[in-house]
Design a protein around this ligand. Structure first.
Ligand code: AMP
Length: 193
């Protein structure tokens, strides 16, 4: 099974992707996690990406496309994967379609989690408060200004992608304002119908 999870920051993509990955025994491919790992490991690509991520902007398409292409070539992705945070631009979607076509594959569904902007900001602030309360360090891009920029990037660059998948008949929209378990159930219902 090859799935894409779409949604603005804070929509619950990471949580749902993790649940789906566990349930279906396929890897969760989060480009945000891959980029944060590159930053933590202080690679050349990581140091280039860090400044962009800290501004809440998107890392260049060629960088993420290459990262995903290398990752889906790995053995554990043969039976499928859940893409979390990729594609985020039309150019990334086109690159993904081409990568999969080369292998004779295609995605099964692009799932959009719809959540209102005000709720996203509240969720981000709760995520920061919970992390700090647990003694952790908040993500450097989880602050009001950067988060607002991330929401705008989603609106301007990623939301137009929904039409790309709608035209291909692959888009499914789910109400992400519901509780986490209800969202998981709705996604599973889509996958079995
Ligand atoms: P995320 O963890 O998905 O919220 O991503 C955190 C940050 O990583 C984003 O704000 C972007 O700066 C960068 N990023 C993650 N995925 C992508 C992508 N597919 N294209 C461009 N930038 C990305």
């Amino acid at each position: 099974m090859r799935l894409i999870l779409f949604g603005p920051p804070g929509a619950g993509k990471g949580t749902q992707a993790q649940r789906l990955a566990e349930r279906h025994s396929i890897p969760q491919l989060s480009t945000g996690d891959m980029l944060r790992a590159a930053v933590a490991n202080d690679t050349k690509m990581g140091s280039r990406a860090k400044a962009i991520m800290d501004r809440g902007e998107l890392v260049p398409d060629d960088v993420v496309n290459q990262m995903v292409s290398d990752r889906i070539d790995q053995e554990d992705c043969r039976k499928g994967f859940i893409l979390d945070g990729f594609p985020r631009t039309v150019a990334q979607a086109e690159a993904l379609t081409a990568m999969l076509e080369q292998k004779g594959d295609k995605i099964d569904a692009a799932i959009e989690l719809k959540v209102e902007r005000a709720a996203l900001i509240t969720r981000m602030e709760k995520r920061v408060a919970d992390t700090l309360a647990a003694g952790g360090t908040a993500r450097s891009d989880d602050n009001r200004d950067t988060f607002a920029r991330r929401l705008d990037e989603y609106q301007h660059k990623t939301a137009p992608l929904l039409n790309y998948y709608r035209r291909r008949g692959e888009l499914v929209s789910i109400d992400g304002m519901q509780g986490m378990d209800v969202v998981t159930r709705d996604i599973e219902n889509v996958l079995t119908t």
